[in-house]
Design a protein around this ligand. Sequence first.
Ligand code: NAP
Length: 263
Amino acid sequence: MDLGIRGKTALVCAASKGLGKGCALALAREGVNLVITARGREALEATAEEIRRIFPSGAGAKVTAVAGDITTAEGRAAALKACPGPDILVNNAGGPPPGDFRSWTREEWVKALEANMLTPIELIKATVDGMIARKFGRIVNITSGAVKMPIPELGLSNGARTGLTGFVAGISRQTVQHNVTINNLLPGPFDTDRLRANFAFNAAKLGKTPEELARIRAEANPAKRFGTIEEFGAACAFLCSAHAGFITGQNLLMDGGHYPGTF
Ligand code: NAP
């Protein structure tokens, strides 16, 4: 299926690894020009080079790497300087650390809100009017399955991401008449560094090794495995496609069926 976005430009945040990289790869496959960001320059450049190698520019995709912390004003300014008028925006950043809410300070809460709520809102604010003027825009926010099913030790994430979800629910209904959609992708367990770090955090408390815990968690999922970044990227690319203009304000849970509800 041709997704109809060849030649469009995407800003994909936090994309040197993991889910963001999955989205960048899937968009590059469709011939979308990319600006990708991450803090670590070396891994980011390596990912940009990998994407260029897999999808040579003759096939459509041009890849620009912009190193910086997207949760800071400077990081966002650098990303927007390289990509002032994206047709596609994929909002992503690292998730907050796990812990016990009794120990979190106000500063830690503000940091989580900055990263997982206010940064995507700032980037939407900076790009959405250009999309509206051009009559095409696709915004995908990478949030978390925790928005639907909170994870006890990830209270900072549960709170910040649910705030973003409420904001998106409101504005996504105002932009869709201009062919600008805003949706959220809710990852369940995907096999990335982030997931492995969570196992490392919880394994010691449960008297297991991280590898044992990973096996137990994979077995407990209805799919009997974790998701792959390629599967995640494919869903993102479809939401960014020309065919998805009637889908807005949605929260697509990708968790192998882990959430047990009928809806
Ligand atoms: P990951 O494998 O650790 O990759 C994170 C990527 O984001 C890296 O490229 C990292 O590069 C970049 N990054 C992190 N903080 C950044 C920042 N402040 N500015 C710019 N780039 C930044 O993580 P992931 O599993 O893909 O997770 C992505 C998001 O999905 C996170 O918010 C995570 O909490 C959420 N999530 C993941 C899962 C899962 O199962 N994997 C489940 C639910 C939710 P640098 O470190 O070099 O900046």
